[in-house]
Design a protein around this ligand. Structure first.
Ligand code: COS
Length: 395
């Protein structure tokens, strides 16, 4: 792809000059980073990326300006457009670099949104420096898509809460220094849920098992057995945990869409380079109309996804309103279309594309979970249709 087209999206009106500088600086930084050994342990690779991203200052974009963030006067709150640029760029470089960045944000997002000044000060600067690793513990064996059904219990007991239950599919499980845990403090349903910060090593917090997935990253099932946390570790008001989880996801789901755009862009760049040089039947692959159709479809789908993604980020950053509808559209469209783009580009490589370690084989595995985590495509459809059917929420 021509450099001009590759960078054209940076001129879109959703972005500001600071975003263009961020994209250029980050791209230069990525070029200098060695790609880790694909067979290295995922936990060690994630630790490496958190350290590297922290040292370089990129993790400061995960937290608001006050407690250790970088955004200062320009963006005092979490800037979703910056998060998206970071994830899109990191995803093009290495899936675990993107994962490590994303989890620092998602894992600490509830503290950024609802933490007291003392909680923000205690956790966010260390997250921004890469000295502390964060995790978001929402899903349970019987409550993945249906968050309001979660059963992990937090029972008030004197000055403490006592947690009992299980959490699963927890990214950074076993690696994190702290977990933002959503647990039931009241009646059934969404209103009975509160959030807590639970530090790794708290007695009663057990890492039950690591889960191995097709694109390896730290992922675990946690068990709480009479795990006692002081009431000062509660995040936000009693009963507001469900809404806090949803508000956190509204921010970070948009960035999932951006990561999908990044994976798709990398696939297209690889496909283009290959099509230009691969010769068969006396001409290059690029000279076949079928190849041109695949490239045309891929480039169009990527721009559609990127437009939806940066629109959702802009709605929240600039219009300063809930982007639930726009975020759901972006998350669904970008992850689904990235899967198609990567599949088409893999096809251009023929058998080479499925060889273990080939960049397309890796991208093919890396993209799959994005259509499921942080709200499966089917849940995004539900969110979109509900937003259409009822009056818009404000704030
Ligand atoms: N921001 C703020 N508040 C929100 C919100 C949002 N994005 N979404 C819902 N709420 C509020 C609702 O307005 C409602 O408030 P009131 O009771 O005051 O009216 C309350 O939260 C309950 O909402 P709702 O009735 O829509 O909840 P449901 O249980 O029907 O379902 C879905 C909500 C399906 C959208 C939710 O469970 C979901 O997002 N599931 C996917 C979970 C997920 O992403 N899992 C992955 C975990 S991280 S890997």
């Amino acid at each position: 792809m021509s450099e001009a087209h590759t960078d054209a999206w940076l001129q879109w009106p959703f972005l500001e000059p600071g975003h263009r500088e961020l994209a250029a600086d980050l791209r230069n930084w990525c070029r200098e980073q060695p790609v880790p050994d694909p067979d290295a342990d995922a936990l060690a690779t994630c630790r490496h990326w958190v350290r590297a991203l922290g040292q370089a200052g990129w993790l400061r974009y995960c937290v608001p300006a006050g407690p250790g963030g970088v955004l200062g006067g320009m963006f005092p709150q979490l800037d979703v457009r910056s998060l998206c640029i970071l994830r899109e760029t990191l995803a093009q470089h290495h899936a675990l670099a993107d994962f490590a960045f994303a989890m620092q944000g998602l894992g600490s997002g509830a503290i950024a949104l609802a933490g007291s000044p003392a909680q923000q000060q205690a956790y966010l600067p260390a997250v921004a420096q890469g000295h502390s690793i964060a995790a978001f513990a929402l899903s349970e064996p019987e409550a993945g898509s249906d968050v309001a059904a979660l059963a992990c219990r937090a029972q008030a007991d004197g000055p403490d809460y006592v947690l009992n239950g299980r959490k699963t599919w927890i990214s950074n499980g076993g690696l994190a220094d702290f977990y933002c845990v959503f647990a039931r403090t009241g009646q059934a349903g969404a209103d009975g849920i509160s959030a807590f910060i639970v530090e790794a090593g708290t007695p009663g917090l057990v890492i039950e098992s690591q889960i191995e997935v097709m694109s390896p990253h730290p992922l675990a099932t946690l068990r709480f057995e009479d795990c006692r946390v002081p009431a000062a570790q509660r995040l936000g008001e009693v009963g507001q945990g469900f809404k806090l989880a949803m508000r956190t996801l509204d921010v970070f789901r948009t960035s999932v869409a951006a990561a999908a755009v990044g994976f798709a862009r990398r696939a297209l760049a690889e496909g283009l380079a290959h099509a230009r040089q691969r010769r068969l039947f006396g001409k290059t692959l690029a000279e076949f109309q079928l190849t041109q159709a695949a490239l045309g479809d891929a480039a169009t789908e990527i721009d559609q996804s990127a437009l939806l993604t940066y629109r959702a980020a802009w709605v929240r950053d600039v219009q300063q309103r809930a982007s639930t509808l726009e975020t759901a559209m972006a998350k669904m469209a970008a992850t689904e279309s990235a899967q198609r783009v990567i599949d088409r580009m893999l096809q251009l490589f023929g058998a080479q594309g499925v060889v273990h370690g080939h960049i397309l084989e890796r991208l093919y595995r890396d993209i799959r979970a994005l259509r499921i985590y942080e709200g499966a495509t089917e849940i995004q459809k539900l969110i979109i249709s509900r937003a259409l059917l009822r009056p818009a929420r404000t704030g």
